[in-house]
Design a protein around this ligand. Structure first.
Ligand code: NAP
Length: 642
């Protein structure tokens, strides 16, 4: 974009003033830009007021200041100042957010802003040679999506050989599979992207699936990752062979043929939500019309003129309902439990030309804009999800702050459903907000108000031929059934048959809904196996999957570095360390909203143990995964036969 398209003035007019202030300090080293009168007001909105609550005259000073600085940079009168030291970073962060941010966040934020290196480096400049010749520290990565690709990039940078096996015919995992109408992110995109791979061209604040896939594809092409990926190939089993200190993987191709491959190290990067829960009730296969799951969307069936049943009211249904309702003749939505939905004013917001110009042309605008999102979409919510033992409304909320969120969401729901007391009664949840995965309203209430949409507040008990039958025995006869019934989240790593040192299948240890791992990554009895997005690594209070992925990759690379530099043949998580970690996870969760008994959620198992989300602040997980401690593992040298 050139200055002819958007003038500097136009762009600065659209800019976030607090972000410009941060950039000014960063570019010039002059702290005056975060001193009186440049002190924005605190704003908890995710996309904060661009003016920062500052008087117009002060805003104008900031814009003028930036215009001057840009001109000076352009004609060479000014050079960029050195990176701010930690104290200055913290002052900038605190001032533009107007909150007392703890110093422990500075390094994490620097990394997330892409200003500090998060990669693991060898102790010597050149990659170490192993003590004895051995098959290289060859890594098998299972899955070519957000986490697998991140692992591949970092391994590649370290010169560690790897190959990726992917079950689908292309990259992207969940983004490749979930092609339902309006499928897209619920996390702001400028934050839902890797710290090392900024995208200055997101068209929206929350982009749709296609754009996320394009981002990943671009990265794969530019970094030459595709040649490492074997598509349409599934790992069916993994067996640890003690004598060789290697994993034997059985791979099944699209034609059903199997091959084996050996790798000293395996990284599973298959996601938590990759196996659709097809129908958690009997009789689906007897249905006489077309039906499908949201993650297996069919485009060959035209919904126009049809009576469509939508079963499930989670994040997937939330995104596709309004589009289905606008197409179908009639829609019956089956809601087993009501959901809390947040209003997000910028959910459909576009990033205008001016916005993209700023991201491209103002030094540090992108990192500081990203910081604002990281902070507002970060740890701030977690303490509001904690039980207050003195709180008198424990059934409906966790504490006063959580009750306030409840109030805001209730008011929003009431405003959306004004005049429809019938729908208000059906839609207002009685459990604390955030107890289930929080939703962002994508026209849900508007869709429910349509004449062609009915909301049935009963679970589906079974399907019999043409009929959908609810718990009370009521029958409905739709033409098409859309299942939005979620995923087999508890059966992590299924259906792979994974047997470690003792030969015990991981499924036997974890059952269908009790996966456990140290940091969600390492499992006792399974040496040299690293799980990404494993147990208790989901984010339910804020943050971005990309962030967790990068933390995990750093930890794994740290382990591989130690293995290579110290001639380690097997690194196996200690059972006591893992058990202690899981105990701490459980203790923490016992205090948090996801164990509240008022609602069901896919985060916990029938015994009440939360296995999906992490209970930690982002900064805690970042700190725990910064560097592996070899004392947490049984460490074995490379065996004679290996
Ligand atoms: P989900 O949240 O697990 O929702 C499944 C739905 O099916 C629930 O509403 C559940 O009711 C309902 N259900 C199950 N059995 C039923 C029955 N017999 N009768 C009627 N309803 C029944 O699944 P999802 O919507 O696919 O979302 C899963 C996760 O994927 C999300 O939580 C999120 O992490 C991710 N996701 C993210 C995005 C995004 O970021 N944009 C979009 C989609 C999905 P109950 O509520 O009573 O259990």
């Amino acid at each position: 974009m050139s200055l002819d398209d958007v003038t500097v003035d136009q762009a600065l007019q659209a800019a976030s003033i607090p972000t410009l202030m941060a950039c000014l300090v960063h570019i010039t080293g002059e702290r005056r830009w975060i001193e009186h009168p440049f002190l924005p007001r605190r704003d908890i909105a995710l996309f904060a007021d661009p003016g920062g609550g500052l008087p117009e005259a002060v805003q104008a000073q900031v814009r003028d200041g930036m215009k001057r600085v840009l001109a000076e940079l352009a004609d060479g009168r000014r050079q960029l100042a050195a990176q701010p030291d930690d104290a200055t970073m913290l002052d900038i962060m605190r001032t533009i957010i107007a909150e007392p941010i703890p110093p422990e966040y500075v390094t994490m934020v620097r990394e997330e802003m892409g200003l500090a290196d998060r990669a693991v480096h060898w102790s010597n400049a050149s990659a170490p040679r192993l003590e004895r010749p051995r098959e290289d520290l060859n890594v098998l990565i299972i899955g070519a999506a957000i986490s697998g690709l991140c692992a591949a990039i970092r391994l590649g940078e370290m010169g560690i050989p790897y190959r990726i096996v992917e079950k689908n015919e292309d990259i992207g995992g969940t983004w490749w599979e979930n092609d339902y109408p309006e499928s897209g992110v619920d996390t702001p995109n400028h934050f839902y992207s890797y710290s090392f791979e900024p995208n200055l061209d997101w068209s929206s604040c929350y982009s749709k699936r296609g754009e996320v896939l394009e981002y990943l594809e671009r990265m794969v092409e530019q970094r030459g990752l595709r040649r490492h990926i074997r598509f349409r190939t599934e790992v069916t089993s993994l067996r640890w062979h003690e004598d060789r200190q290697q994993w034997q993987a059985i791979l099944r191709g699209a034609d059903g043929s199997t091959t084996e491959c050996w790798a000293p190290v395996v990284i599973t990067a298959v996601g938590q939500l990759n196996r659709p829960k097809m129908a958690p009730f009997p009789g689906m296969e007897t249905f006489t019309g077309p039906w499908w799951h949201s993650a297996r969307w069919r485009k060959d069936v035209d919904l126009a003129g049809k009576h469509v049943a939508v079963i499930g009211t989670g994040a997937s249904a939330m995104q596709f309902l309004r589009s289905v309702a606008a197409t179908a003749a009639k829609v019956t939505v089956f809601q087993r439990s009501p959901q809390w939905a947040r209003h997000e004013a910028d959910y459909h917001g576009r990033v205008g030309e001016a916005g993209r110009w700023l991201l491209r042309n103002v030094p540090y605008y992108y990192p500081w804009y990203r910081f604002g999102l990281i902070w507002r979409f970060g740890d701030g919510l977690l303490h509001t999800l904690r039980k207050d033992p003195t709180w008198e409304h424990a059934a409906r909320s966790m504490n006063r702050r959580n009750d306030r969120h409840r109030e805001v969401m209730t008011q929003y729901l009431l405003s959306q459903l004004e005049g429809r007391d019938d729908l208000i009664a059906k839609c207002l949840p009685d459990y604390p907000p955030y107890g289930k995965r929080i939703l962002v309203d994508n026209g849900w209430y508007e869709a429910l108000k349509r004449d062609n949409v009915d909301l049935v507040t009963e679970a589906v008990a079974r399907v019999e031929g043409p009929d959908v039958i609810t718990d009370s025995g009521a029958r409905y006869t739709p033409d098409v059934i859309l299942l939005a019934t979620g995923f087999e989240a508890g059966k992590m790593l299924a259906p792979m048959d994974i047997r470690g040192r003792s030969g015990t299948p991981i499924r036997a240890r974890w059952g269908d809904d009790d996966p456990r791992a140290y940091l969600g990554i390492a499992v006792a009895d399974y040496p040299n196996l690293f799980v990404m997005t494993g147990p208790n690594t989901g984010l339910a209070h804020g943050g971005s999957l990309m962030f967790v992925t990068e933390c995990q990759v750093r930890y794994i690379c740290g382990c591989l570095k130690q293995m290579a530099e110290r001639g380690i043949g097997a690194l196996e998580m200690r059972q006591d360390v893992m058990d202690d970690y899981c105990r701490r996870v459980d203790q923490e969760h016992a205090e948090l909203v996801w164990t509240h008994s008022g609602m069901r959620n896919w985060y916990r198992n029938p015994q009440g143990r939360v296995f999906g989300p992490m209970p930690w602040r982002l900064v805690d997980y970042w700190s725990m995964t910064r560097e592996p401690n070899l004392a947490d593992f049984h460490v074995e040298p490379i065996a004679e036969a290996a």
